[in-house]
Design a protein around this ligand. Structure first.
Ligand code: SAH
Length: 354
């Protein structure tokens, strides 16, 4: 089975090409595409609008293999972490986060978020992030990225149209731009997973050059920049990538992003007690973002075994939030979710807790 080429992860045009090589017309590729992604069918024999001979021909050359689930953990708050076992034995995680987990009586539609990984481990080594302690192994393939989404939504939801997708799992999406762009094409395609680009956010540690290129090439998804510090000194210490792309360069790139995107760039800021959570930091942050249509997402620090930082106090957090709000920014505090199963931001480290 594994010797047959895997079609999971192929884009629509790649599937059209694949069936073309078998002498089949392009529309057979489109049919295949709709079976593989929105309908999550992996067995050619169940693809009932394909003639029997076509199914047999496909099965001779190909198989459809989304990444298999190797483990599933449910948090008290309804968050579910999926562990995937990849074909080369690497492991990666994705997280499902329901928005109103306790309130099943509500008539309001429950909002869902799926958090996807883009790499096995991460080469960036931010000091506060557990994923950074996992040795970087490789980029995920398009199929491994899409498969996290396909498998998680298939297991837990009836439709994918009202799901939010955040590229905030393990890894740095902009170090794997090509695969992320292909995954976005299938995610947002009405014949694919049909997720609106407005519901998708790609988060970066701040690769300024890649960010500009990515914004040009991607559908109009939300962009988030992990800022976390207001001076180069502090940021150099927390995020080694800052030595390559210092604050002024990163913010200049953010200012240059194409106009529709500039309406709303999210700046993430993880509050580390006594390190980056002073009033001075809050004021400096407000000043740094002048001229950028920004919203600020403060993140409560999620500790992990042996982590070298501590969370901010509630007072420091409120004070920080207040300064930003009074400066005219939309700022919110992201609650920690799934931290009892190490599924919260910065806690994914598949290889570490097997
Ligand atoms: N590499 C990308 C995406 C992955 S991290 C990036 O850096 O943006 C997703 C978010 O979680 C980032 O803002 C990251 O800085 C934050 N994060 C990492 N470790 C964390 C921790 N221990 N507690 C809270 N947030 C954390």
């Amino acid at each position: 089975m594994a010797d047959r080429e895997n079609l999971y992860g192929r884009t629509r045009s790649e599937l059209e090409r694949a069936v073309g090589e078998l002498g089949l017309p392009a529309y057979r590729g489109r049919q295949l595409y709709r079976w593989i992604y929105p309908r999550a069918v992996t067995d050619f024999d169940s693809m009932t609008d394909l003639p029997r001979a076509v199914r047999a021909e496909l099965a001779k050359h190909y198989s459809v293999r989304p990444p298999p689930v190797a483990g599933r953990h449910r948090s008290q708050d309804g968050t579910v972490k999926f562990l995937f076992g990849l074909e080369d034995d690497n492991k990666v995680e994705a997280v499902y986060i329901p928005d109103h987990p306790e309130d099943t009586s509500s008539k309001r539609a429950v909002r869902h978020t799926v958090c996807l990984s883009t790499q096995v481990g991460c080469p960036l080594k931010c000091t506060f992030c557990y994923s950074g302690t996992v040795p970087f192994a490789r980029n995920l393939t398009v199929g491994e990225i899409l498969g996290q989404f396909g498998v998680v939504t298939r297991a837990l939801l009836t439709t994918t149209t009202r799901v939010n997708v955040v590229f905030m799992g393990m890894g740095e999406p902009l170090l794997n731009s090509e695969a992320v762009l292909s995954a976005l094409a299938v995610l947002t395609d009405p014949d694919g997973f049909a997720v609106s680009p407005r519901r998708i956010t790609v988060s970066t540690a701040g690769l300024a050059e890649e960010l500009e290129r990515f914004a040009e090439a991607a559908p109009p998804v939300g962009l988030a920049v992990s800022l976390h510090a207001t001076t180069n000194d502090a940021r150099d210490r927390m995020m080694p990538i800052n030595r390559k792309y210092p604050l002024e360069e990163l913010l200049a790139a953010a200012r240059r992003l194409p106009v529709p995107r500039r309406r709303r760039i999210t700046f993430e800021y993880v509050l580390l007690g006594g390190e980056n959570d002073s009033e001075t930091d809050a004021r400096r942050l407000a000043r740094l973002l002048i001229g950028i249509p920004a919203k600020v997402n403060l993140i409560a620090y999620n500790p992990w075994p042996g982590s070298p930082h501590r969370a901010s106090t509630d007072e420091a957090t409120e004070r920080f939030l207040g300064i930003l709000t009074r400066a005219g920014y939309t700022a919110s505090l992201r609650r920690s979710r799934g931290d009892d199963i190490l599924a919260a931001c910065g806690q994914l480290a598949a290889a570490r807790h097997l």
